[in-house]
Ligand binder design. Structure first.
Ligand code: PMV
Length: 318
């Protein structure tokens, strides 16, 4: 068999991170300028071998101890079994340009790309939401209790309005264009750890934390309506409000705050952390007339390691 290839984009959380874990809505967008690629070929000797050069890891069986690759090997096994092909052996190469631990969905994208490649290798197909659900099993191994928003947006490759355990919905984009800029602090953070810290803090002060989650979720709902009928200025207000609440949750950090301040000083309508926080990335919405080269240079001068841009417009995303 020739090699089968699957790809998946990165992603950014626009609204609703953390609250989404507690059943509130979130909005996520794909980041298509970074991607994960899985290349799969059948092997005669059975078993599952996975090589991931970016993280310098290689495993030759499902039972090998590798926190990053064992969940992916398990995923290959699960998808194979689903199609009644459990005896098939595989050799897998995982490559990615998505930085790890920056809230850009590196793990989820590797898993989605892999499910796609295995389906192609077997001559089968699954719809996007089924691919997302399979891939989320690997996320559970990485993060414990993920909401599922990362695999949902990455598998759909379109902006989503996501509520845990509810059907996933796309986002309708109205007449305005929403230019989004994502800046990577360069600091890797553990989603599992930050989510766990928030969970512990909530246990001690439930009413307060639940009110934060309500605010973040409500802001995500308002943002969805703004994207459908409103302006980038209004989306900016939602994002600034969300950032205030995320700071109260203590998931921001000085490096993220510096990128948020710079984005606002340089004319962004709104800016907030994106993803779990305590490192990872910042997301801003800017005037479509903004000189993006200059804006990106300003963010780099304020500490960003890389800056990516994506545009929501006319029902599509560039
Ligand atoms: O993986 P990250 O950093 O994009 O965070 C995902 C968003 C959280 O709401 C913090 C966790 C989750 O499972 O939804």
């Amino acid at each position: 068999m020739a090699e089968a290839v699957g790809e998946a984009p990165g992603k950014a959380l626009l609204m609703g991170e953390h609250a989404v874990v507690y059943g509130h809505p979130a909005i996520a967008v794909p980041l298509r300028s970074v991607k994960a690629t899985a290349t799969v070929e059948f092997s005669r000797n059975g078993g599952i071998e996975i090589y991931a050069p970016e993280i310098g890891e290689h495993i030759t069986s499902v039972s090998e101890a590798s926190p990053r690759l064992a969940p992916l090997a398990k995923l290959v096994e699960t998808v194979s079994r689903f199609f009644g092909e459990e005896r098939q052996g595989y050799r897998v190469l995982i490559e990615s340009t998505i930085p790890i631990g920056r809230g850009m969905g590196s793990g989820a994208a590797a898993a989605v790309a892999l499910v796609r490649a295995v389906c192609t290798a077997l001559g089968r197909s699954l719809d996007a939401d089924a691919i997302g659900e399979f891939a989320n099993a690997a996320e559970i191994a990485y993060h414990g209790n993920p909401s599922g928003v990362d695999t949902a947006v990455i598998a759909r490759d379109e902006p989503v309005y996501f509520v845990k355990s509810k059907p996933i919905r796309g986002i309708e984009v109205g007449p305005s264009a929403f230019v989004l800029v994502v800046a990577d602090t360069g600091i890797a953070s553990s989603t599992a750890q930050v989510v766990e810290d928030v969970r512990r803090a909530r246990r001690k002060d439930k009413a307060r934390y639940d009110s934060y989650f309500w605010e973040l979720g409500s802001m995500a709902s308002v943002a969805r309506e703004v994207i459908r009928t409103g302006s980038p200025e209004e989306l900016g207000l939602c994002m600034n409000n969300a950032q205030k609440t995320l700071r109260l949750l203590s998931v921001s950090c000085p490096e993220l705050d510096a990128l948020v301040s710079t984005a606002l000083e340089k004319g962004a309508f709104g800016a907030k952390l994106s993803g779990a926080g305590r490192g990872g990335s910042m997301i801003a919405v800017v005037d479509p007339a903004t000189n993006l080269e200059q804006f990106s240079a300003d963010l780099r001068a304020a500490g960003a390691e890389r800056v990516l841009t994506t545009i929501l417009s006319g029902g599509t995303q560039a």
